[in-house]
Design a protein around this ligand. Structure first.
Ligand code: 0RA
Length: 645
């Protein structure tokens, strides 16, 4: 089909429209969902193309701008989308890229396309889901423009003047009839991804600008990290004390699989290994992660054996996880045709990648250990300590179990359990303090709501060892009440034994309350992460104010809504009284039920892990030992009242 006549052209055009129509009909199938996550996915879809240009060595600057009117502009200095005629379809290549499904990537196969990504559907989907979409291409000395509305061409490709620049500018306005929940772009959500991309691609500079923000300093961030993965690891460990002066860096390529890794040990007790395939966060791990783990274990073990570091009289047996306690690592591989598996399609399946990573890491880590004997010794001593603590924890865990068996039925005395037993319909409120616990017990619906009062502050789990954590009374009560056990692995954490599918943290709306909430969230994140991943953890939101006018009672959750209610009452010339709730304990059982516990009227905030790296960062900053980064973090994020973890 070398020659395409007019009717063929039309035919291919109709096909194109049908393709994008499918995207508009079932958007969630293409971008995951049509909520906040899907909305922000549109930006990633465009930026991924600019990053592809960078990976191919043609782009080093990307500007992402949230416009004052809420539209998005993404500008890069890549080659520009090709504008010449597509040999087969007889329409400009740019039109193919912007209107044909799955044509988003490159035409050549040499580059590692990001198109295998979470959804990887290409820019055409963004076009389909935008009320307006414009492409401005600077290429071959000319400015070319083309525009669309909901995927339909409204301005065919035309030349609009000369340029001495090169690159692509995409502007789009998300369609509110598709994104019915929200079309508001959130600076923080975009910032997290752009920072991550800048760490993973040290050759690029990414500017993020929020034109809606009046204060110019607050509305602009520039991400550029020459140290790449090393900088990423240092950033993640910013609030931690590290065991080595700089992260270990390993890089190589085996059988066409480029591997890069930065790692370092710190004095915390948790493992933080983040992995990426073609810039996509593989949260469920996969072959690249198992390759890394095997290399780490083998290399450290053989070094310890060779140098007689592990005392022959040491009775503890060291397991794989001991080598990863207090380890922060970022592993990034590029795979030409990635196979993604798992529940969220974020687990790499390609078997050839395991050995590529294992060989690269094993060889270079051995070399590092030989050259840095002092650090090597420190690391191995740490591993032995981890093994000993794990052994102690196992004993403590047995003790908790035995205790719960001895106390008959196994449930903690303070727990007011619900009467039905089907976990799917059961909720447990973790309530701060005995007095609030009392109100909650009286106010609840006892058929499906259980109450566990927690006294005072629980341990700061970021700083404590697992055996200490398990000795803590409040933690023990929580573990026995929930029934699932603790830990990350399947045999340790038993989801099927979980007794409630809603775990609701209910604390006072004050500083202490938020401290306790963060402590609990840290505990869940570190030791019961499957709960957070399953979306079972919630935070209750009690009101801040009660406004009484005669028999009428209103509640307000913030200053603005209080002001609104007060103004209304003033207009109606009614007498009223505003009182501020100092704590949950001040609410009577009915009020607590009505505002905070009744499924019909309450608002629960579901805790999600939006980005594993971001969440980890937040936890270490909020909970870690260093005061300065914590103060900075809170100041930086103060304007975003809600912390998304
Ligand atoms: C198709 C082919 C080529 C580049 C692009 C698309 C491209 C798309 C976007 C979207 C945003 N920025 C972009 N930059 C490039 C290859 C270009 C060539 O071979 O000259």
């Amino acid at each position: 089909m070398a020659d395409i006549n007019k009717s063929d052209y039309k035919a291919s055009n109709i096909q194109v429209l049908e393709g994008l129509e499918a995207v508009r009909k079932r958007p969630a199938m293409y971008i995951g969902d049509t909520g906040q996550r899907g909305l922000h996915h549109l930006i990633n879809e465009v930026v991924d193309n600019s990053i592809d240009e960078a990976l191919a060595g043609h782009c080093d600057h990307i500007i992402v701008r949230i416009e004052e009117n809420g539209s998005m502009t993404i500008e890069d200095n890549g080659r520009g989308i090709p504008v010449d005629m597509h040999p087969k379809l007889g329409i400009p290549a740019v039109e193919v890229v912007l209107t044909k499904l799955h044509a988003g990537g490159k035409f050549d196969k040499d580059t590692y396309k990001v198109s295998g990504g979470l959804h990887g559907v290409g820019v055409s989907c963004v076009n389909a889901l935008a009320t307006r979409f414009e492409a401005e291409i600077h290429r071959d000395g000319k400015i070319h423009i083309m525009a669309f509305e909901r995927g339909i061409t409204t301005q065919p490709l035309e030349v609009k003047g000369k340029t001495d620049k090169r690159g692509t500018i995409i502007r789009f306005t998300p369609d509110p009839t598709i994104f019915t929940q929200t079309v508001e772009f959130k600076f923080n959500i975009i910032a997290e991804r752009m920072r991550e991309l800048a760490f993973l691609n040290p050759e690029v500079t990414i500017e993020l600008i929020d034109e809606r923000e009046e204060d110019e300093d607050l509305g602009k961030e520039i991400y550029h990290y020459e140290g790449g993965l090393r900088d990423f690891v240092s950033y993640l460990d910013e609030a931690r004390e590290t065991t080595m002066p700089t992260p270990i860096y390993i890089e190589g390529e085996i059988e066409g699989v480029p591997v890069a890794l930065a790692m370092q040990y710190n004095n915390s007790y948790s493992e933080n290994v983040h992995s990426y395939v073609n810039n996509i966060n593989t949260r469920e791990g996969g072959t690249h992660v198992s390759g890394f783990r095997r290399a780490l274990t083998r290399s450290l073990k053989s070094y310890a054996d060779k140098n007689n570091i592990i005392k022959s009289n040491s009775k503890v047996s060291i397991s794989g996880e001991d080598f990863r306690e207090g380890l922060t690592a970022v592993l990034s591989v590029k795979v030409a045709e990635p196979q993604f598996e798992g529940q969220t399609k974020t687990k790499l399946g390609n078997s050839e990648v395991q050995s590529a990573v294992e060989v690269t890491v094993y060889d270079q880590l051995n070399e590092y250990l030989e050259q840095n004997p002092k650090i090597a010794k420190k690391v191995i001593e740490k591993v032995v300590l981890a093994a000993e603590a794990r052994e102690a924890a196992r004993k403590a865990r047995q003790l908790v179990q035995r205790k719960s068996v001895m106390s008959g039925g196994g449930l903690p005395g303070k727990l007011a359990d619900c009467s039905i037993k089907d976990p799917e319909h059961c909720e447990i409120y973790l309530v701060e303090g005995d007095s609030a616990g009392g109100s909650a017990k009286m106010g609840r619906n006892r058929s499906f709501q259980a109450i566990l009062p927690l006294r005072g502050k629980i341990l700061n789990v970021e700083k404590a060892k697992i055996n200490k954590i398990l000795e803590n009374k409040e933690i023990q009560a929580m573990i026995t009440a929930l029934g699932s056990g603790i830990g990350h692995s399947e045999e340790e954490f038993e989801m099927e034994k979980l007794r409630y599918h809603k775990i609701i943290i209910m604390t006072d709306a004050d500083v202490d309350g938020s401290h306790i909430r963060t402590l609990l969230l840290t505990f869940f994140y570190r030791y019961m992460r499957p709960l957070v991943e399953a979306g079972y953890v919630y935070v209750a939101t009690p009101p801040l104010y009660r406004i009484t006018a005669g028999k009428k009672i209103d509640y307000a959750w913030d200053e603005d809504s209080r002001e609104k209610i007060v103004q209304e009452l003033k207009k109606g010339r009614r007498k009223f009284d505003v009182s501020r709730y100092k704590g949950l304990g001040e609410m009577n059982p009915d009020q607590l039920w009505e505002t905070t516990m009744d499924p019909e009227t309450r608002t629960l905030q579901q805790i999600t892990i939006e980005s594993a790296a971001g969440a980890d960062k937040m936890f270490s900053t909020l909970m870690g030992g260093d005061v300065e980064p914590r103060r900075e973090f809170i100041e930086r994020n103060a304007k975003y009242a809600k912390l998304d973890i």
